[in-house]
Write a protein that binds this ligand. Structure first.
Ligand code: PGA
Ligand code: ZN
Length: 430
């Protein structure tokens, strides 16, 4: 007989920035208990599902999530008790119906996602399968290449770098464990290089360094040096991926203002030209949100001129939403999607978005948020979905490392069945 949900409740906990977030606890009638915690972004896309905050300034500056917690306890729980957790699609559809808004504004995407993730975890437990095997089936054997954000700027760091994320991707590593070592050793080499040049080695929200470099270019230069100092070949063993998060420096005047570095205002075309120079100068394989979330024409143009050389990832522009991804595919606005469960708010809709990527031959990258918890759901989810890429921060801060450690466990568990390979174009291709 299948297990049923016997109790469900939520709790307000803290994320890695010390802000409140939602944790959902679910018990099955077998007595098995699971929980799931919801992450939170800082450079959010304007069309993301609503993260419900209390707005009561007397607690956490208005960021409390007691309303979302109450929505789980009072509205969602009574409808889910007695249901079979393996009916993920039905339960997620019920959550959408209970909410009744197009953007989860009534119950909150934080309340809904916590429940949706807990249901998946409970179903895996009831099915006696690890989460990645439950969600991905017997074919879920591919470990993701990590995008490790070792240098932070933009909204994630108080420094002079406009672009939010400079990541290393160990594309030439033979296994996930080795990829993680390549990345961690590069991170340590970067610390030494920065310290030697008199820069700070304190870290930003995602665990990367946040030095006051003189320019955005200098970030790529020090990373290439770090890759070499760690004993690896830039572009062969380890490539670079960028997330400028350009919506965060796009201004009302319709220009991209590189204000933090003092490099001035640029048009969409000038930004694309700038990226073109960078592709010639540095071993870059992927650029995410190189342009503003509403600059669909710019995205399409960048994809037309650079999409054969690199992966062009849409994050804020698509917000993991099937509606925007469909539009993006029709407009050829990118060739990959950043997948964040909390941007859309249910496991089922996230899987639907990934289905669209697969049909279009687009890549997809499973991603954390800058505000995270110790929850490792996304590590299992990345293996389950088999896209071969994960973005979950630097080689520091336990909320980031928790995901990497879970992937190490999964690779170990899969043994000789584990697959690890990069499918990105080689850097420098024209
Ligand atoms: P966020 O940043 O979680 O603050 O949105 C991550 C990203 O932009 O990819
Ligand atoms: Zn992004």
């Amino acid at each position: 007989m299948s297990s049923r949900i016997s109790s469900l409740f939520a709790q307000e906990i803290l994320d890695s920035r010390g802000n409140p977030t939602v944790r959902v606890h679910l018990t099955l009638d077998s007595g098995d208990r699971v929980s799931a915690s919801v992450p939170s972004g800082a450079s959010t896309g304007e069309n993301e599902a609503v993260e419900l905050r209390d707005g009561d300034k007397s607690r956490y500056g208005g960021k409390g999530v007691r309303k979302a917690v109450a929505n789980v306890d009072d509205i969602i729980a009574p409808r889910l008790i007695g249901l079979d957790p393996t009916k993920q699609a039905e339960i997620d559809a019920l959550l959408l119906a209970l909410d009744g808004t197009p953007n989860k504004a009534k119950l909150g995407a934080n309340a809904i996602l916590g429940v949706s993730m807990a249901v998946a975890r409970a179903a895996a437990l009831a099915s006696k399968l690890p989460l990645y095997a439950y969600l991905g089936g017997p074919g879920a054997t591919r470990l993701p290449v990590p995008m490790m954000n070792i240098l932070n700027g933009g909204k994630h760091a108080d420094n002079s770098v406009d672009f939010q994320e400079f990541m290393v991707m160990p594309i030439g590593a033979p296994t996930f464990a080795e990829a993680l070592r390549y990345g961690a050793e590069t991170f340590h080499a970067l610390a030494k290089i920065l310290a030697k040049q008199g820069y700070a080695t304190s870290v930003g929200d995602e665990g990367g360094f946040a030095p006051n470099l003189k320019s955005n270019e200098e970030a790529c230069e020090v990373i290439v040096k770090a890759i070499e100092a760690a004993g690896f070949k830039p572009g062969k063993d380890i490539a670079i991926a960028l997330d400028p998060a350009a919506s965060s420096f796009f201004t009302e005047k319709g220009t991209y203002n590189l204000a933090k570095s003092g490099q001035g205002a640029k048009s969409s075309d000038e930004m694309i030209a700038l990226y073109g120079h960078w592709l010639d100068a540095y071993p870059i394989v992927s650029i995410e949100d190189g342009l503003d979330e509403n600059d669909w024409a710019g995205f399409a143009k960048q994809t037309a001129v650079q999409g054969h050389r690199i992966q062009i990832v849409g994050d804020d522009i698509f917000v993991t939403n099937p509606v925007f991804v469909r539009r993006g595919i029709a407009a050829k606005a990118a060739n990959a999607v950043l997948i964040k469960l909390n941007q859309i708010g249910t496991v089922s809709e996230t899987i639907q978005t990934i289905g669209l990527c697969r049909e279009a031959g687009w890549r997809y990258v499973i991603s954390h948020r800058s505000g995270e918890t110790e929850d490792t759901f996304m590590a299992d989810f990345a293996v389950a979905m088999g896209g071969g890429q994960i973005k979950t921060g630097s080689a520091s801060r336990s909320e980031r490392i928790a995901k990497y450690n879970r992937l190490l466990e999964i690779e170990n568990e899969l043994g000789s069945a584990a697959v690890f390979r990069s499918s990105l174009p080689a850097p420098g291709a024209r």
